[in-house]
Design a protein around this ligand. Structure first.
Ligand SMILES: [Zn+2]
Length: 153
């Protein structure tokens, strides 16, 4: 085991999200709706040295296995991430990280006049395009800092 791997302890059951872009770990938690209130056990490695990325974050969530749809949303902020499902200390499954065609109910539209910002809002929907995401309703494009537009409780 390398020095890097030792920084975050092994988990028995759950999900290990590795190769997250440095500094994005807290946004990963936001996407997953993890705020500690449900008593989740989470280990974080933030800005860990990485050969491939320079610096990377690692998120280990115990007793929770991510779904492919959750992983799809993660790909927007962590395109290089690797997802390992762990059962009884062994990697039982690896999930592909692929950009989805669209995401619903995850991001909020920065356009105040957008129908998704109305008093009785419709659920947000963004098409994933080459250089970002585009609101399905008003075509506003978000290219950078997608995590700033996360709309998750
Ligand atoms: Zn919009």
């Amino acid at each position: 085991m390398s020095e890097h791997e030792l920084r975050v302890s092994k988990i028995r059951n759950g999900t290990v999200i590795d190769h997250v872009s440095g500094g994005q770990a807290l946004n990963v938690l936001a996407i997953l709706g993890i705020d500690g209130e449900a008593g989740e056990s989470v280990s974080l490695g933030i800005n860990v040295p990485s050969d491939r990325l320079g610096k990377k974050d690692i998120v280990k969530v115990e007793d929770r296995e991510l779904s492919q749809s959750e992983v799809d949303v993660l790909s927007l902020i962590a395109p290089e991430a690797t997802i390992n499902i762990v059962r009884d200390y062994e990697v039982a499954d690896k999930l592909r990280v692929e950009r989805p065609d669209f995401v619903t109910g995850v991001l909020s539209c920065p356009n105040r006049n957008c129908i998704t910002q109305a008093n009785e809002p419709v659920v947000s929907k963004f098409d994933v395009v080459d250089d970002g995401v585009r609101c399905t309703y008003c075509s506003t494009i978000v290219r950078e800092d997608i995590a700033d537009h996360l709309d998750v409780d």
